[in-house]
Ligand binder design. Sequence first.
Ligand SMILES: [Zn+2]
Length: 206
Amino acid sequence: MTNNPEQYFQSSGTVVLPGLEEAVSLPRRVWFRNDGAVSSLVENQVKTVMIIHGYIDLNRSRLRGVLEAPIDRLVAAAVGQMVLAEYPDLRHTNGYCLRHDIPGTGEQAYVVAKRQGLDPTMDVFVDGHESGHFLERNALHSHLQSMLLREGVNLDAGAYSGEDFADIGGLLALRRAVRRGVKGLGMPVFKHRGPIRPEQAAAFAG
Ligand SMILES: [Zn+2]
């Protein structure tokens, strides 16, 4: 059977970025999937790697089942070691936006996922943060800036990169959730990283 990883992703059209709840057009040769809350980020990444490389080949409609099913322990353990060597932070981070180069095609697939059971603030923040990573890695910075403008937030997203850029996505997601009427949200508190940059927090507080 020919492995066709494209079936496990959205490969064209627009995708709604989690947290930001805003549609963006996928760039050419960029695929996307949002797995939402998962019980293990490491295992979720392992399964995606296995799917892409053809260890698991099932109809797309059964993808959720695959992502939750027991998998071949030997292959999974080997892939798991590779994944942790490449992304050691996956053991304790709250979410990820990871790129997969699809072998032999030049296509790139991005998967966004977050840890299950986060507190309500972090749950929203992580979605927006990982969406921020997706926008930056695909040179879609201007989308974030236009969202800031529409929200009336006076902040130059172009002055930031990496985690600081992604945090703006997280803060935007929180603001939009509050506006939708979600109660009880505050500023995220982190165990394994530094706090939000004070000037970003201030721009959103205003
Ligand atoms: Zn990040």
